[in-house]
Design a binder for this molecule. Structure first.
Ligand SMILES: NC(=O)c1ccc[n+]([C@@H]2O[C@H](COP(=O)([O-])OP(=O)(O)OC[C@H]3O[C@@H](n4cnc5c(N)ncnc54)[C@H](OP(=O)(O)O)[C@@H]3O)[C@@H](O)[C@H]2O)c1
Length: 312
């Protein structure tokens, strides 16, 4: 049994990973800005990037940390790089055996977004210290960027299709990602240390196909209309100054624009998994959503026979 600490515990990937690790018999501790909604964890500590991780690290020996926390908004680069580096250094001082960074395909030294530049800076720190970084494409499941794409189709009858849906999108299923992370933790990072691994599936899809697959499998009725991504980016940058809740942010859009025609190599094959079809991944996300709704309603009515499951 390993004791695993996951930061950004209230987030999409952290929650799924915690469920899988617990199913495999591990002890899972979360770090979150809030303690109120992290039922998947054995215990949750409260900390934001910029604050110390000492209380969580001193309570018991930790075998591995998965850094999922990611700040968006003002001071994105500094908050993420300084905050994650502090947690990284504190964990090292406590002798944590393995540290894993969740990075992104948009990680570049000269990336257009602070997000991409901060991921790149952190990757270098993890790599040069013999730890592990995973670069992810779009993770298909009910959360993160995929959820934002779904939300836009759920909320609006007409949805803009950026650059007529031509940008390339590389995907990976949430269940496959969590299995890969779990295996890395259980093997103490064997044969992965000092590397930045691109775990997206090798075959890219167009944004148009991803949006259409979401519309089909979640039975949305929206229509798409083509727009150029550049004016949308300018508009988002203006709207972000207002107190509005937007379905996407300029960071997401910059990442999409930067990678829209780039071909990325993939290390997916080395993890021994079969590539899944886009429709297969999206259909699974839709069925996960139905199961989550049934569990929530069972909890509400006091029927506890629907336990949360993350099967692979
Ligand atoms: N999902 C994807 O498609 C995708 C693709 C590429 C890379 N990634 C990377 O994978 C990681 C997890 O992604 P995700 O999709 O699970 O994202 P997510 O659902 O947005 O989770 C990120 C979590 O970070 C925590 N956080 C935010 N601001 C923070 C701050 N200032 N201090 C401390 N914690 C903060 C929050 O957790 P609490 O509310 O619990 O504090 C938040 O839920 C991120 O680093 C992301 O960049 C994801």
């Amino acid at each position: 049994m390993k004791t695993v600490l996951i930061t950004g515990a209230g987030g999409f990937i952290a929650g799924h990973l915690a469920v899988l690790l617990k199913q495999k018999g591990h002890h899972v501790i979360g770090v979150s800005r809030s303690t109120s909604r992290n039922a998947e964890f054995d215990k949750t500590h409260t900390a934001a990037l910029g604050e110390t991780l000492e209380p969580a690290l001193s309570e018991q020996p930790i075998d591995a940390i998965v850094h999922c926390a990611n700040h968006t908004g003002a001071n994105e680069y500094e908050t993420n790089v300084v905050g994650t580096s502090r947690w990284f250094d504190e964990a090292r001082a406590h002798g944590v055996g393995l540290q894993i960074l969740l990075s992104s395909l948009s990680a570049q030294a000269d990336a257009a977004s602070e997000y991409g530049r901060s991921k790149f800076a952190l990757e270098n720190k993890f790599k040069s210290s013999g730890e592990v970084a995973f670069r992810l494409g779009l993770v298909v499941g009910n959360g993160g960027m995929f959820e934002q794409m779904k939300a836009s189709q759920r909320r609006f009858p007409i949805v803009p299709l950026l650059d007529n849906g031509s940008p390339r999108v590389y995907v990976l299923g949430i269940h496959a990602l969590c299995e890969i992370l779990c295996r890395c933790i259980e093997s103490r990072g064997e044969s992965m240390r000092g590397g930045v691994w691109r775990v997206q599936q090798p075959t890219p899809h167009t944004l148009r196909d991803v949006m259409k697959s979401i519309r089909n499998h979640f039975r949305f009725r929206c229509r798409f209309f083509p727009v150029s991504s550049l004016p949308v980016l300018w508009l988002l940058m203006i709207l972000e100054r207002l107190p509005l809740k937007l379905p996407v942010n300029s960071t997401n859009l910059r990442g999409l624009r930067a990678g829209r025609f780039v071909e990325f190599e993939s290390d997916f094959a080395r993890f021994g998994r079969e590539e899944e079809t886009l429709d297969g991944l999206v259909a699974r996300a839709a069925s996960d959503e139905v199961s989550a709704r049934e569990r929530a309603s069972a909890l509400h009515t006091g029927d506890h026979t629907h336990g949360r499951q993350d099967t692979n």
